[in-house]
Design a protein. Structure first.
Length: 536
């Protein structure tokens, strides 16, 4: 079989103007022939909002379980059934592209294209986000250098510079060395762009005014007497918004089969909130009948944050959740136990209808697949084999029909996992016990002290964003059956006042990943004609 990039390069794409016309849009901002930006202010007249279909997954393997592939194939399947469907995805980070997981444009015959552009720089949104965050840090360090009138304590800087790359060498650094003219020395370091607060603000803002206001609230550091210093105090929010103005318009591309896809924003779900931008989802709901979107990693991470953070902010609820599973993930994570817990979370904790999609791989046997089908059907949950990787939209028609049936026959009763008015520890423990299945939560002295201080500062009513490993329900990577006899350890917490949530770090989670022993970058090449190979 051809590789992903060979399949993508063999397809004749439609001009992006033709894709836009399918949506009834005639004003776009082209980035070449096959991608464009859409005006984020666009609103359709006299049209009910689209139904939202959330695609999530069980606990993944390192290679991922085909969540994006399934989302793309489902969108194509809906289009083949005559539905006006849009796919709404996150933008890939160069970290995983060059690291282990590869790109995030789908796979096989269920891809968004041009996949090389989408996976490599795209329209420059992530670079704009990194520039805005780094400008804020540069202005803060410059302020300290020039007499420090705000009395900033260099030991209490709470955000970091970023770049869109896995680079463990930059996790911890010392900056400002080599004499007085080169800055004030302080402990420093870098995060990956997908984990930074500007990314979260970008994805959770409703318009440019909202974006600027949210950026202004970012806490950069604290003074020597413990008072927060914000981007507004540094007068940085205007310039940051200017850097993000063009990036704030969502990106329009297409699938291999010509289904429109909007791709915008890209926070990770293990260290951030894992959802594409609010304005992209809102725009897709204006333009289509059905919007297929995804949330990062498993339903315990991305889907939980999609509901408790994004849906709460937007005032929407998914009509149905597609839970992607694979035989390899079931084998790695102890079989039906992991699948059963994710189904229970979707149906009983989140209160949403669920369809299980078995993402079939060539190595799966009929016996294995039929066992999963029988098990899920016993739970009175629709379960469908997804062959979108090998068949594209044709392999997603059965899944699309199952999804439409659930939308037509089930009424979602979405419920949040916690009440915002409850104490922060209550919220953390509710997610840990209800969603993860933990028996309890323990806190480091630093974490407990910081949570108390946030409540005293008036931030106790914010939602929480738990940063933890994606490879188990617990805060440690576990292979095999995971029992419920575990506790979650909260090591530290961080206030994201601009984004409007509190990041809670469980276990040893890194905000700057590292490359594997053999990075995917070693496989990528380009010939004399500019044709890229090795990208997946």
């Amino acid at each position: 079989m051809k590789t992903d990039i060979e399949i993508a390069q063999s397809i004749e794409m439609k001009p992006i103007t033709e894709i836009a016309r399918k949506l009834g849009i005639y004003e776009i901002y082209p980035y070449g022939k096959y991608k464009a930006k859409l005006n984020h202010r666009y609103r359709a007249k006299d049209k009910p909002p689209a139904k939202v279909i959330l695609v999530t997954a069980i606990t993944p393997t390192k290679a991922g379980e085909g969540k994006t592939t399934t989302a793309v194939g489902l969108g194509d399947g809906l289009s083949r059934l005559g539905k006006k469907a849009l796919i709404c995805l996150r933008e890939p980070s160069l970290g995983p592209v060059f690291g282990m997981k590869g790109g995030a444009a789908g796979g096989g015959y269920a891809q968004v294209v041009p996949m090389e552009d989408i996976n490599l720089h795209f329209t420059g949104d992530l670079h704009a986000i990194a520039s805005a965050q780094n400008l804020l840090l540069a202005m803060m360090d410059n302020h300290i250098q020039h007499n420090n009138p705000l009395n900033i304590d260099p030991r209490q800087v709470v955000i970091r510079r970023v770049l869109d790359m896995n680079d463990r060498q930059l996790r911890s650094t010392i900056s400002g060395l080599a004499g007085k003219t080169n800055g004030v020395p302080r402990e420093d370091g870098f995060d990956i762009t997908a984990a930074c607060e500007v990314m979260a603000v970008f994805c959770l803002s409703e318009n440019l005014t909202d974006l600027k206001e949210n950026l202004s609230r970012i806490i950069v550091a604290y003074t020597y007497d413990g008072k927060p210093v914000t981007a507004k105090d540094l007068k940085a929010e205007g310039a940051m918004t200017a850097l993000l103005k063009e990036a704030f318009d969502p990106n329009l591309v297409q699938t291999l089969e010509g289904t429109p896809a909007i791709i915008h924003g890209g926070p990770f779900a293990n260290i951030a909130h894992g959802c594409n931008s609010i304005i992209a989802t809102r725009l897709a709901m204006e333009l289509g009948e059905y919007v297929v979107t995804e949330a990062g990693f498993g339903a315990d991470l991305g889907a939980e944050k999609f509901i408790n953070i994004k849906c709460r902010k937007m005032g929407i609820e998914p009509s149905v959740v597609v839970l992607v599973t694979s035989i390899r993930a079931l084998k790695e994570h102890g079989g039906s136990t992991n699948l059963e817990k994710h189904i229970d979370n979707i149906c009983n904790i989140y209160g949403l209808p669920c369809v299980v999609a078995i993402n079939r791989f060539p190595t799966d046997t009929d016996v294995e697949v039929n066992k999963v089908l029988a098990y899920v059907n016993q739970q009175d949950i629709p379960c469908v084999i997804s062959d979108v990787f090998t068949e594209g939209g044709a392999g997603g028609i059965n899944l699309a029909m199952a999804v439409l049936s659930e939308i037509e026959t089930k009424i979602p009763t979405m419920q949040f996992t916690y009440n915002l008015e409850k104490p922060l520890k209550f919220k953390i423990e509710n997610v840990a016990k209800k969603v993860y299945g933990a028996k309890g939560v323990t806190y480091s002295p630093e974490a407990s002290k910081t949570l108390r201080s946030y409540e005293e500062m008036g931030y106790g009513n914010l939602p929480i964003c738990i940063a933890k490993t994606q490879f188990s329900f617990s805060d440690k990577k576990i292979t095999g059956t995971e029992n419920s006899d575990f506790s979650i350890t909260i090591k530290k917490v961080r206030l994201s006042a601009g984004a409007g949530f509190i990041v809670v770090f469980a276990g040893d989670i890194m905000t700057m990943p590292g490359l594997p022993i053999i990075p995917s970058a070693t496989l990528i090449d380009v010939d004399e004609n500019g044709v890229i190979s090795g990208l997946f």
